[in-house]
Design a protein around this ligand. Structure first.
Ligand code: NAP
Length: 343
């Protein structure tokens, strides 16, 4: 079978997208409790760019890492004592293979595909049966491959905090990348009012077509938080899906209502400083998010099936064009998700 890896060779391309190397390996056989999945599609997240370019917060990646956390495929063989899935099932791998439910543990955090352990950019992969979920029926493999990280992170932010999103509340999503577009779709389906920001008027038009109620161009309006407050009658939004990090957080706090919830997810921007007195004066809740558990994934898939939500895929690349897929994500021109078909 074919497999993409980031070899740890010390070559000049190490730590770059060009380091990605296509090789071969034997198709593994499932042992007790294991499942062999023929991978059909994988999707990229910003994290995969950070890992490819040596900017991962976890430090040095696994030697000869098979990249990408998010993939979907078909069960082709099961080992002894497998009861959760059967041959022919269409499945996706959980981002954190061991986080089944409850609170996340340090061991769970160390079970992330495509970082702490090998990922899914490969034709066949063995999974523990506990690390898989079934895909919603209406989704293709390409659709299903977008769910494990971006969708689940957005879902966890909106629905698994101390005060989950309720009908009629307002949600601010920053930019139109993978996490933010899923947050837009989930919030819209839940009956919330969605305000989206973007660097591009064209992408804001796409966001509105998906259900965003308002759009703010953060290039045209560098003080976008004041526009967001004005759009909410001066009150501020109930929830912020915060993917920007240091460069956007101070403005996100200003855009939130008194006691609003800010879901800390990303680090797309740098440079800002946070004044803790603003946090306490405004009584906002800052909640750190790390993807989500299998239990959350299954709850999300029920909602996706009920509302017939279809992930927004910007572009699908062929398996042999994996480097081009990375470069497309790096260009930040995408809206939603970038996918690799594994045929
Ligand atoms: N904590 C977690 O569990 C978790 C899970 C998933 C992702 N993340 C993090 O969340 C972030 C987003 O991930 P992703 O995979 O969705 O990324 P992505 O698809 O690459 O999103 C990129 C988009 O974000 C927008 N953006 C970039 N800089 C921005 C800024 N300063 N202000 C507002 N929007 C900005 C741009 O949209 P426009 O072109 O429309 O402006 C850009 O196209 C990353 O930092 C990632 O590491 C964390």
């Amino acid at each position: 079978m074919q497999v993409w890896r980031f070899p740890t060779t010390g070559a000049p391309t190490t730590g770059t997208i060009d380091g990605l190397t296509l090789g071969t390996a034997d198709i593994p056989r499932p042992g007790r409790g294991q499942v062999l999945v023929r991978m059909r599609a994988a999707s990229l997240n910003y994290r995969d760019l950070m890992i490819a370019t040596g900017r991962s917060a976890r430090g040095a990646p696994l030697p000869d890492l098979v990249p990408l956390s998010d993939g979907a495929g078909e069960v082709v063989e099961v080992g002894p004592e497998v009861t959760r899935v059967a041959v022919g099932d269409r499945v996706a791998g959980c981002f954190m293979q061991s986080w089944l439910g409850g609170e996340i543990s340090p061991d769970d955090a160390a079970s992330s595909l495509g970082g702490a352990i090998h990922g899914v950019l490969v034709e066949y992969r063995l999974f523990d049966q506990q690390g898989l979920v079934r895909l919603p029926e209406h989704l293709s493999f390409e659709d299903g491959a977008t769910l494990p990280c971006a969708a689940l992170t957005a879902w966890n932010a909106l629905f698994h905090g101390p005060k989950p999103l309720t009908v009629g509340q307002s949600v601010l999503v920053l930019g139109t990348g993978g996490v933010s577009v899923f947050a837009l779709q989930f919030a819209h389906a839940a009956g919330a009012r969605v305000i989206a920001t973007s660097s591009s008027d064209g992408k804001l038009a796409q966001a509105k077509a998906l259900g965003a109620d308002e759009g703010v161009n953060y290039h045209a309006h560098p003080e976008w938080q004041t526009v967001v407050r004005a759009l909410t009658g001066g009150r501020g939004v109930d929830h912020v899906v915060e993917v920007g990090g240091p460069g956007t957080l101070p403005r996100s706090i200003e855009a939130a209502r008194q006691g609003g919830h800010i879901h800390l997810i990303g680090v797309l921007s740098g440079g800002g400083t946070i004044d803790p007195s603003v946090v306490l004066r405004r009584g906002v809740v800052l909640r750190g998010i790390y993807v989500g558990s299998r239990q959350m994934f299954e709850a999300m898939n029920q909602a996706i099936a009920l509302h017939q939500i279809t992930p927004v895929i910007d572009r699908v690349f062929d398996f042999e064009d994996a480097k081009a897929a990375y470069r497309h994500l790096q260009g930040q021109g995408h809206f939603g998700k970038v996918v690799i078909r594994i045929e």
